[in-house]
Design a protein around this ligand. Structure first.
Ligand code: ATP
Ligand code: MG
Length: 473
C-alpha cells in the first residue's frame, strides 16, 4: 500500500522534528533557569554579605573574635540559607561554619583575595563537594573607611535549581510524548485523507495501463491532489477517445480496403470467366478496375503520408510559389466533376501572392480541402487567395451542410468523421483534414474553420508571405 510507507516516513519525520525541537528547547530552558536562579542567589548573597559585613565590622575593629556571632549566624542557617565565614584581608580564615571550613576554605583563591584587598565584592560559582546543587561564593570586604580590615564569605548552594531543572525536563519529556501522540493521531487522519485518493489514483492508473479507460476519479479536494486527479481524468478521457478512434480507424481502413479489393476481385473474375465479352464491357470493367485501384493507392498514400508527418520524417522542399497560380491549377483539376455535379465556382485572387512552400505538399492541402468541398457543396464553391503585408490567405467556402459546433474541434483529428454513415458512402477515411492541419503547421501557417450547419463551411489558411516567385508563370 502507498499509504503505509508514506505514513511511516511521515511519522519518523515527526518524531525527529519533535524530539529535536524539545531537546533544543529543554537546553534553552536549562540555561535560562540556571541563570535566573544564580542571578537571584547572587543578588541575595550580595545584599546579605553587605549586611553581615556591617555586623562584623565593629567586632573586628575592636579586635575581638567574631566566632560567636558567626556561630550564631550559622545556627540561623535555615533562616539565612547560607554559611558565613569571616576572613582576614590576606585570606586566612578567622572563623567558619564548624564542619566544613577546612575543606571549603581551601577554595578561597588568589583572585578572590586580590578582589577583597581592592575592596571589591567577588563572586564565584561552582560545584560543591557537599551539595548536589551548584554553589555560589560571595566575598564581601569589611572596610573601615578605605581600609579593608577583613571579609565575609557567604557560601550557599543554589537551592532548588536541580529539583526545578529535573521537573522541567520531566515536563518537557511528558510534553514531547503528548505532542508525539497527538501528531501521530493527526498524521493518521491526515494521511487517510491524502492517501485514500492516491490509492485510488494508483488503482485507476493500473486499470488505464491495462487498457480499461472507463473509470474516473471522484475529485473532492481543490488542492494539488485534486489537480492531479483532474489530470488523470483528463488523460483517461483522451486515451478513451484515442482508443475509440483507433478502433474506428481499424474498422474503417479494413472496410475501405476490403470494398475496393472485393470489387477488383469480382471484376477480375468476371473478365477471366467471360473471355468472349464484348470489348465495350471489357473496357468498362477495366475502367472500374482502374478507379478502384487508384482509390486504394490514394488511401495507402494518405496513410503513409500521415505516418511520415506524425513521425516527423517528412521533408519539405520549400521554394517560392505563387499561391494564386497553384490554387488556379488545383481548381482546374476539378472542372469536370464540378461540371458534372452542377456546382458553380468563383475564384478570386489579388496581387502576387508568393510564399515559401513545398509545392506538392501545398497542392495536397488544397486538394484535400477541395475534395471535401466538392463532396459536400450543394451549388457553390468560392476560392479566394489574398495577399496581405505579412501573410497569404487562402479561403475556401462551400454551401454544404456544414459541421456541427461540437464536432469542429475534432475535425483535425485523424480518422475523425462527423457523420460516419454519410462519410462511408463517400469513401472518406477521415485523414484528409488531419494531413492538411499538420502540413499547414509544418509551413508555420495556421488553418481555421468556420461553419454554420445548414449554410456551409469556410476554411481559412494563413501562410507567412515571402520569397520571390521562381516557379515561372
Ligand atoms: N466542407 C465540408 N463540409 C461539411 N463537412 C465537412 C467538410 N469538410 C470536412 N467535413 C467533415 O469533416 C470530416 C473530416 O474530414 P476529412 O477530410 O479529414 O476526412 P474525410 O473527407 O472523411 O476522409 P478523407 O479526406 O481521408 O478521404 C469529414 O468526414 C466531414 O464529416
Ligand atoms: Mg476529406
Amino acid at each position: 500500500m502507498i499509504g503505509d510507507k508514506l505514513f511511516k516516513k511521515m511519522i519518523v519525520t515527526y518524531i525527529v522534528i519533535i524530539l529535536a525541537s524539545f531537546t533544543v528547547l529543554g537546553f534553552l530552558m536549562t540555561i535560562l533557569l540556571t541563570n535566573y536562579f544564580n542571578y537571584n542567589k547572587r543578588s541575595e548573597l550580595i545584599v546579605k554579605g553587605a549586611d553581615i559585613a556591617e555586623l562584623i565590622r565593629p567586632i573586628l575593629l575592636e579586635n575581638k573574635d567574631p566566632t560567636d556571632l558567626v556561630a550564631w549566624l550559622n545556627r540561623a542557617d535555615r533562616n539565612l540559607g547560607t554559611e558565613v565565614w569571616v576572613i582576614r584581608p590576606n585570606g586566612t580564615v578567622i572563623t567558619a561554619s564548624a564542619h566544613q571550613w577546612r575543606h571549603e576554605g581551601d577554595r578561597i583563591n588568589e583572585e578572590e583575595i586580590r578582589q577583597l584587598q581592592k575592596g571589591n565584592v567577588a563572586i564565584r560559582e561552582g560545584q560543591s563537594q557537599f551539595y548536589s546543587e551548584p554553589v555560589i561564593w560571595v566575598t564581601t570586604p569589611i572596610k573601615n573607611g578605605n581600609e579593608v580590615i577583613g571579609g565575609v564569605i557567604l557560601y550557599s548552594p543554589v537551592i532548588g535549581i536541580t529539583e526545578t531543572l529535573k521537573k522541567t525536563w520531566l515536563l518537557f519529556i511528558y510534553a514531547a510524548f503528548a505532542t508525539l501522540l497527538f501528531s501521530v493521531l493527526v498524521g493518521y487522519f491526515f494521511s487517510k485523507s491524502v492517501f485514500a485518493p492516491l490509492e485510488e489514483m494508483d488503482w485507476i492508473a493500473r486499470k488505464i495501463a491495462n487498457g480499461d479507460f472507463s473509470e474516473r476519479l471522484e475529485i473532492v479536494s481543490a488542492d494539488e491532489i485534486g489537480t492531479l486527479g483532474r489530470s488523470i481524468n483528463y488523460m483517461a478521457d483522451k486515451l478513451e477517445k484515442l482508443e475509440k478512434t483507433r478502433r474506428e480507424f481499424l474498422a474503417n481502413v479494413s472496410h475501405d480496403l476490403r470494398t475496393p479489393l472485393t470489387s477488383i476481385l469480382g471484376f477480375v473474375e468476371a473478365l477471366q470467366d467471360n473471355k468472349d465479352k464484348n470489348p465495350e464491357t471489357r473496357a468498362r470493367f477495366l475502367d472500374i478496375l482502374h478507379s478502384e485501384t487508384s482509390r486504394l493507392i490514394r488511401l495507402v498514400n494518405d496513410l503513409l503520408d500521415f505516418t511520415k508527418i506524425e513521425e516527423g520524417v517528412l521533408e519539405l522542399n520549400k521554394q517560392p510559389v505563387d499561391i494564386a497560380e497553384l490554387a488556379g491549377k488545383t481548381l482546374a483539376k476539378y472542372q469536370p466533376i464540378l461540371k458534372e455535379k452542377g456546382i458553380r465556382i468563383s475564384f478570386e485572387s489579388s496581387g502576387n501572392a508568393v510564399a515559401l512552400v513545398d509545392y506538392d505538399r501545398l497542392e495536397q492541402v488544397l486538394t484535400n480541402l477541395m475534395d471535401n468541398a466538392v463532396r459536400y457543396a450543394r451549388n457553390r464553391i468560392a476560392l479566394k487567395v489574398s495577399q496581405e503585408i505579412q501573410e497569404i490567405g487562402i479561403t475556401l467556402s462551400d454551401d454544404g451542410p456544414g459541421i456541427p459546433g461540437e464536432d469542429l474541434p475534432y475535425i483535425w483529428d485523424r480518422f475523425y468523421k462527423v457523420d460516419k454513415s454519410r462519410a462511408k458512402g463517400a469513401g472518406g477515411t477521415g485523414l484528409g483534414l488531419a494531413i492538411v492541419k499538420r502540413l499547414v503547421d509544418a509551413h508555420n501557417g495556421s488553418i481555421d474553420v468556420e461553419s454554420q450547419p445548414g449554410k456551409g463551411t469556410t476554411f481559412v489558411i494563413k501562410l507567412p508571405a515571402g520569397g520571390k516567385n521562381l516557379s515561372g508563370a
